[in-house]
Design a protein around this ligand. Structure first.
Ligand code: GRF
Length: 219
C-alpha cells in the first residue's frame, strides 16, 4: 500500500494588485493555498484569489492601535490555517521581530533587487541612481533585519540605456513571476535546507528554469 504524504499548505500575504499571487495561483504548486490575507481591504489581489476559489481574509492594520497588536492579529489569522509556509507577495507592512521569529524558517519574501543591494523601498530608483548595469530580484527567508534573510534564489536582468523606474520594474517583475513560484515549489517539495552558516541549499532536480536570465541556484 502506498502512503501519500499529506499535502503541504501555504498562506499568502498581500497588500495590493497581487501579480505575484497570480503567478502562484497559475503555477500548479504541489501544495494548497489555504488562505490569502491582505492588510488592505481594497487590495485587488483579494478578488483575484476569490476568482480562483481561494479563501481570503482581511486584517486591516488601521484597526489596531499599535504595530505589535496588528502583528498578533495577523499571526493568529495565519495560524488558523496551520500553513507550512507563509509567503509575502507584495505585502507592504514591516513585521516586528516577535512575528518574524514565530514564523522563522517558514516565511518567504520577494524583494525587487539583488540583495543585499538596495534593500527597503524604491529599489528600482536606487539601482538607476547607482548606475548599476545588472539589477534583479531576490527570494529570501525573512529574518528580523529588513530584507536581509538567507537568500533562496535570485534572478538578474540587465539595466538598459534609457530605462526609467517603470521599464526597469516591468523587466524585474517578469522574473519575479518566474522565480517566486519556483522557490515556493522547492520549499513545498522539501528541497531547501538552511545550513548553520545561514546559507540555503537546494537539493537537485529539474527546475524548469529557462536560460534567459542569470539565475542562482540553477537547480
Ligand atoms: C513586487 O515588485 C514585489 O517585489 C514588491 O512589491 C511588488 C508587488 O507586486 N515587494 P504584486 O502585488 O505582486 O503585483
Amino acid at each position: 500500500m502506498t502512503v501519500l504524504a499529506p499535502q503541504k499548505s501555504l498562506v499568502i500575504l498581500i497588500s495590493g494588485r497581487g501579480s505575484n499571487l497570480e503567478a502562484m495561483l497559475e503555477a500548479n504548486l504541489p501544495g494548497c493555498i489555504a488562505c490569502v490575507i491582505s492588510n488592505q481591504p481594497q487590495a485587488e489581489g483579494l478578488e483575484l484569489a476569490r476568482q480562483y476559489g481561494v479563501v481570503t481574509a482581511v486584517v486591516d492594520h488601521r484597526a489596531y492601535a499599535t504595530r505589535a497588536l496588528f502583528d498578533v492579529a495577523l499571526a493568529e489569522e495565519i495560524e488558523q490555517h496551520a500553513p507550512d509556509l507563509v509567503v509575502m507577495a507584495g505585502f507592504m507592512r514591516i513585521l516586528g521581530d516577535d512575528f518574524v521569529c514565530r514564523f522563522q524558517g517558514r516565511l518567504f519574501n520577494i524583494h525587487p533587487s539583488l540583495l543585499p543591494a538596495f534593500a527597503g523601498l524604491n529599489s528600482h530608483a536606487k539601482a538607476l541612481a547607482a548606475g548599476v548595469k545588472i539589477h534583479g530580484c531576490t527570494v529570501h527567508f525573512v529574518t528580523p533585519a529588513l530584507d536581509c534573510g538567507p537568500i533562496v534564489a535570485q534572478v538578474a536582468v540587465p539595466v538598459l540605456d534609457g530605462d526609467d523606474e517603470e521599464t526597469l520594474a516591468e523587466r524585474v517583475l517578469v522574473q519575479e513571476h518566474r522565480i517566486y513560484p519556483l522557490a515556493v515549489r522547492w520549499f513545498l517539495e522539501g528541497r531547501l535546507t538552511l545550513g548553520g552558516d545561514g546559507r540555503v541549499r537546494l537539493a537537485k532536480a529539474g527546475t524548469g528554469m529557462a536560460e534567459t536570465a542569470l539565475c542562482s541556484p540553477p537547480g
